[in-house]
Design a protein. Sequence first.
Length: 82
Amino acid sequence: VHFVYIVRCADDSLYTGYALDPEARVVVHNSGRGAHYTASRRPVSLVHTEPFDTKSEALKREHQVKQLTRAEKERLIQHCRR
């Protein structure tokens, strides 16, 4: 299974990424070895995941989510928590 994930950074910004194991990826982000963006915004916490059967589907969705506004991402996070 492939995942698109969103983490909330310590400065309350949101970062979207792709991973096979989102929880393990959060550990990497919090160690400072993840994305350059999150390295200076630690700690991060996992707030959203979406599973996909293929890497291609996940990467397409990651691109879509990255195009969303902050407000749209917040709605996505809240909608999926229900």
